[in-house]
Design a protein around this ligand. Structure first.
Ligand code: URA
Length: 214
């Protein structure tokens, strides 16, 4: 996706004091019927420039293969487009030196808001039939804080979504309705294996929904 330069400049300026690394564009055909919305790229994605190319991506590809969906059928993006990291310092016991690492972290609400114009632009440009927010960060961004994946996964929600206001101060509901199908983030399975069946069931239901729209 090529984002308008004025939006890129705005987002860059808003994030200048946040601990973020790199930039990854959303990817996929502009006529994709399904848009997957993740949280933020991780270390791997910033290097490969391919969304979901790390560990979470392997889990995503497993689910896609089960339901015969290919990445060519999808537009994949996330609510934050740079890698949020934290600075972790620890003493190396062997050398006695302080070592610094920069692991991934969940984006803050301020970062999600700063990137809001980009995801809004993508939704308006792609106009997907179905939007599947993957995980709570994406779901809350689109539908509001009272929505959680554990309560709404696998449900078809037809309703307005939130977009950032013209002056960027608040989120406002869109006039038009969208078809939203919340699912767990592919990485959820890495932390909780018992979600495996539920996640696969949701993917089957999502695949059926995509077929119905075609
Ligand atoms: N998580 C996301 O939300 N996006 C990626 O590209 C990778 C992990």
């Amino acid at each position: 996706m090529e984002y308008p330069l004025h939006l890129m400049a705005e987002v860059k300026e808003k994030n200048k004091f946040h601990q973020l690394e790199g930039f990854l564009s959303g990817k996929g055909p502009t006529n994709a019927p399904l848009m997957l919305v993740g949280e933020a790229p991780g270390k791997t994605e910033i290097i490969t420039k391919v969304p979901f190319s790390g560990q979470a991506g392997k889990e995503l590809d497993n689910e896609l293969a089960k339901v015969s969906l290919s990445r060519e059928d999808l537009y994949i993006t996330s609510v934050v487009r740079s890698r949020p990291y934290r600075i972790k310092k620890r003493i190396n016991k062997k050398t006695g030196y302080i070592e610094e690492s920069r692991p991934n972290r969940t984006p803050t609400k301020a970062e999600v808001k700063a990137f809001a114009p980009l995801i809004d632009f993508e939704i308006q440009t792609i106009q997907p039939n179905i939007i599947a927010p993957m995980g709570n960060v994406a779901l809350k961004r689109l539908l509001g804080n009272q929505y959680t994946v554990s309560n709404y996964h696998g449900q078809i929600l037809t309703q307005p979504i939130y977009q950032i206001s013209e002056d960027r101060s608040i989120y406002e509901k869109t006039d038009e309705s969208y078809t939203i199908f919340p699912i767990y983030h592919p990485a959820a399975i890495l932390y909780n294996r018992s979600l495996k069946e539920v996640i696969t069931e949701d993917w089957y239901a999502l695949f059926q929904l995509v077929k119905e729209y075609n």
